[in-house]
Design a binder for this molecule. Structure first.
Ligand SMILES: [Fe+2]
Ligand SMILES: [Fe+2]
Ligand SMILES: [Fe+2]
Ligand SMILES: [Fe+2]
Length: 410
């Protein structure tokens, strides 16, 4: 199929900006705004369309490591709720760089994210001297700093002047002359500042990102979604393997049912992305070692709605959106967020729903240890009897993943 990477990246940007929603309680559209500025600067500096595409993608992904639960650990000196403090730790650069290793960039972009906080005078996290800092890292650095330091969404005249002084004062300290000049060039026009306003930003970015479509199979697309699944799973210590294990198991079951290769990989991609909406759920809820309050449970229930919102703009992802975001719907209509009933849940939605329960039960949670296959099956069987999940699929999960069964799919 012809796959539009732009649409995919815009979805990723929604999800990555969800992380901010969790950490700060509000989203400032940081990754989108940084991407917009980077694109304009790259264009001004004469980048080719492939370089522009990669730069925009990297800008969207530049802080992907911020969701990593390990960076929220007090031992690293970061408070649980401070996005900018996490940005001030070099660990997020290392994690961000590592997470994107399998992303299909078309130019050489190694170490761009690793060095996205280096200052031109060599005083950054890794003390890299200016000329050795990749150009794309330098562009992301300036865009990032400006968005963190100033309210680019609504600058008044006085703040605008402060921003210009900031750029000029930091020439050859934070940024090279060329980078500073590129920014001054692109920011001359009124339209630049209007595009940065939240209400216009998404459209402006969509119109700008080079429209690159690639001919690829769902199997090939998987290398990208695996990257995203790593970002999702790293959000909580309790879900480090959740999406990746679910993807392995769903591939096994789909092969058992004789599904065709496209559907198998669509299911694997759906498993990779099914909990992308959890990026918006605070860790204080996901990792709570106590019973959740009713209000907190309501917040948990929002995550599949966000999954749908994040994925629904991607052409060719129609089945994936359904299978990924229906995983908490139940046959009797008691699921969430839509309360769909059995006639609205196709086989692969049911498969995802059943297997997600099984996968979650066999993992440890803050309030209980991991369950054995037998204990998990007891719960699945109760759910089956209550007409919550599909009975045939429940039996097949027992057959395929049970320790006493002999089958070629294990
Ligand atoms: Fe950063
Ligand atoms: Fe950032
Ligand atoms: Fe979920
Ligand atoms: Fe899940």
């Amino acid at each position: 199929m012809l796959f539009n990477l732009n649409e995919f990246l815009m979805s990723i940007s929604f999800a990555l900006d969800f992380v901010e929603l969790d950490i700060t309680g509000a989203t400032s559209n940081h990754s989108k705004r940084v991407s917009y500025i980077c694109y304009k600067m790259g264009e001004n500096l004469g980048f080719t369309s492939n370089q522009l595409y990669d730069l925009t993608a990297l800008a969207i992904l530049h802080d992907n490591g911020v969701s990593d639960k390990r960076l929220h650990d007090k031992s690293l000196g970061t408070s649980l709720n401070n996005f900018s403090l996490i940005e001030r730790k070099k660990e997020h650069c290392i994690v961000s760089e590592k997470n994107i290793k399998s992303f299909p960039f078309s130019t050489n972009v190694s170490d761009v994210l690793l060095y996205h906080h280096e200052n031109y005078d060599g005083t950054g996290y890794f003390r890299l001297p200016g000329p050795n800092i990749p150009l794309m890292s330098q562009i992301i650095h300036l865009s990032d700093i400006l968005d963190i330091t100033f309210s680019l969404d609504h600058l008044n005249n006085e703040e605008h002047n402060k921003l210009l002084s900031f750029i000029n004062d930091n020439r050859n300290i934070m940024f090279s002359d060329d980078i500073a000049n590129a920014f001054l060039n692109i920011s001359k026009h009124k339209s630049f500042w209007l595009d940065l306003k939240t209400m216009f930003l998404t459209t402006a970015l969509k119109n700008l990102i080079p429209s690159i479509s690639i001919e690829c199979s769902f199997k090939e697309l998987r290398s990208m979604t695996k990257t995203i699944s790593r970002i999702i799973d790293s959000k909580s210590p309790y879900t480090q393997l959740h999406s990746s294990e679910l993807a392995i198991k769903i591939e096994k079951l789909a092969k058992y049912y004789g599904e065709n290769e496209d559907d198998i990989y669509k299911l694997v991609i759906a498993a990779d992305l099914h909990d992308i909406g959890k990026l918006a759920v605070p860790n204080s809820i996901l990792d709570a070692e106590r019973k959740l309050t009713l209000d907190e449970y309501e917040v948990i229930k929002e995550h599949t709605y966000y999954t749908r919102v994040a994925l629904q703009g991607i052409e060719g992802f129609e089945d994936i959106v359904e299978w990924a975001s229906n995983h908490h719907e139940r046959l009797n209509g008691k699921g969430y967020p839509f309360g769909k009933i059995h006639t609205e849940l196709d086989f692969n939605s049911r498969l995802m729903g059943c297997l997600d329960v099984y996968q979650a039960l066999t993992e440890a949670r803050p309030y209980r240890p991991s369950l054995t296959h037998t204990a998990a099956m007891q719960i699945l069987n109760d759910m089956k009897n209550d007409n919550l999940i599909d009975s045939k699929i429940t039996e097949d999960i027992d057959y395929i993943f049970g320790s006493n069964s002999f089958n070629p799919f294990k």
